[in-house]
Write a protein that binds this ligand. Structure first.
Ligand code: URA
Length: 304
């Protein structure tokens, strides 16, 4: 009997040990379990990784205590111990190593499911670091949105422009000044019972129209913002935001004047302030839209 085998026999654990150089995917790991892990969302992967780290740490502690016992029984057996580790705790480490990162991230449903569970801080951080569409390359910074996170009014615009990209806040240019005046006209102010966001969180270069792929990638962020705020009313500013949010190609002239619904929340459509700066004659219509919004808000049993 070899010296190694004798030590194992002395400890009475010979059957519970395997060589550290065991194959990466032992037969004990069911292929179906590996496939299931491959389908897990990025969140799940984090949980699994966390669990695996814990289990690996527990394995290390177990190894350390066995090492101590080993030293008592066979003080010169250190080199033998370094070649071996308990079999069971090695499995989670194998499973994590087998999760393919790319397919999980590329899976739209999984991505949306992850975003739909984020709380404010995590959502903000995720948006800040987002590289899921080409707009990340040209931005100075993301424009997450601003205002009261318990607001009853939510305003949704199209995308940041040059000033917004530089300052990190929506509607800070000339159009923003007009928007502030429009809010004041119905007794509101930026940040007081109002949250302002855009469909896109990054500036399209040269203020071009957003591409469908960019909208598709960014939409889950707005959806989550709306779900977290649960406003009593959404006012959509401009054709693009209205058509994106309501998933329609109906022209803005036809969308105005009716109360729509997004996830059960009433939606009123009005003109984009930048358009109103160019088309003064439509300001009266925008005023009508705001009156309708105020009425809908009051009907929703709101406080102000
Ligand atoms: N236009 C928008 O739609 N959003 C902004 O934040 C600025 C201009």
């Amino acid at each position: 009997m070899s010296r190694r085998a004798r030590f194992l026999e002395v400890l009475g654990i010979a059957d519970e040990w395997v060589l550290r150089r065991a194959p990466l995917l032992p037969e004990a790991v069911e292929p179906s379990a590996v496939a299931a892990l491959a389908e897990a969302s990025a969140d799940d992967a984090a949980v699994i990784e966390d669990t695996a780290s814990r289990e690996v740490a527990q394995a290390a502690m177990a190894e350390a205590s066995v090492e101590a016992a080993w030293a008592e029984v066979a003080p010169d057996a250190g080199s033998l111990q370094t070649d071996m580790e308990p079999a069971a705790p090695a499995q989670p480490e194998v499973a994590v190593a087998r999760i393919p990162a790319e397919p999980v991230l590329a899976d739209t449903d999984a991505r949306e499911a992850v975003i739909a569970r984020l709380e404010w801080a995590a959502l903000e951080q995720r948006v800040r670091g987002c590289t899921d569409c080409q707009l990340c390359h040209g931005r100075t910074q993301t424009v997450f949105g601003v205002g009261d996170r318990q607001a009853e009014w939510m305003l949704v615009g199209e995308a940041p422009g040059e000033n917004e990209d530089l300052q990190g806040e929506p509607f800070v240019g000339q159009a923003g000044k007009l928007l502030d005046n429009m809010l004041a006209a119905v007794g509101l102010a930026r940040g007081r019972n109002v949250f302002i966001a855009n469909v896109l969180k990054c500036r399209p270069p040269g203020n071009r129209n957003p591409e469908p792929e960019e909208v598709a990638q960014c939409e889950p962020y707005l959806r989550r913002q709306i779900a977290l705020i649960q406003p009593k009313l959404i006012v959509v500013l401009g054709r693009f935001a209205a058509q994106s949010l309501l998933r329609t190609t109906t022209p803005i002239g036809k969308l105005r004047g009716t109360v729509h619904s997004y996830e059960g929340i009433p939606v009123v459509v009005t003109y984009h302030p930048a358009y109103l700066l160019r088309t003064l004659s439509d300001k009266a219509r925008a005023w009508e839209d705001l009156c309708l919004a105020r009425e809908v808000h009051a009907r929703a049993g709101a406080k102000a």
